[in-house]
Design a protein around this ligand. Structure first.
Ligand SMILES: [Zn+2]
Ligand SMILES: [Zn+2]
Length: 149
């Protein structure tokens, strides 16, 4: 992995840089991670051994338990961090290039939803293959921050 990586939220108000090596990447199925991400699991990579620098606005934090805070963009809501006494983990897909940050373990599997393991068997379509969406896509202008500073 490169020694310096960048990333941020969907709107670009919160941006970060990680200097140093990332640790293990994981997904967590626990119910707290499901709610924090509004999703079926939380993909996170440890930045415990690295230096995490907020280069624009800092995230807002929600204290989800006595020991853990969860950082998110105050403007667009993108979940960004899991902050525990032993270090910080960062949302994998918030990185500008998350393609090589592959999870190596699943945590919290007592909360795993019963259909998650079947997702890879579902039919697949790219965005442009969805012909019913063509008129919508024709008018679409993205306001998402680009994958760079
Ligand atoms: Zn944002
Ligand atoms: Zn969890």
């Amino acid at each position: 992995m490169p020694a310096t990586r960048t990333g941020g939220c969907q709107c670009g108000a919160v941006r970060f840089r990680v200097e140093g090596e990332l640790g293990h990447a994981s997904i967590c199925h626990c119910r707290m991670c499901q709610k924090a991400y509004g999703n079926v699991f939380a993909p996170l990579v440890s930045a415990r051994e690295a230096t995490l620098i907020w280069t624009k606005a800092a995230p807002k934090r929600f204290q989800s338990s006595n020991l853990v805070q969860r950082g998110f963009c105050p403007d667009c809501g993108t979940p960004l961090t899991y902050e525990a006494p032993d270090g910080v983990a960062v949302s994998i897909a918030a990185f500008d290039d998350p393609s090589d940050i592959a999870p190596v373990i699943q945590f919290g599997t007592e909360g795993k939803l019963p259909w998650v393991d079947g997702l890879r068997t579902l039919p697949e379509r790219t965005t442009l293959e969805d012909i019913d969406a063509a008129p919508f896509l024709d008018k679409l202008i993205s306001y998402q921050h680009p994958d760079r500073d």
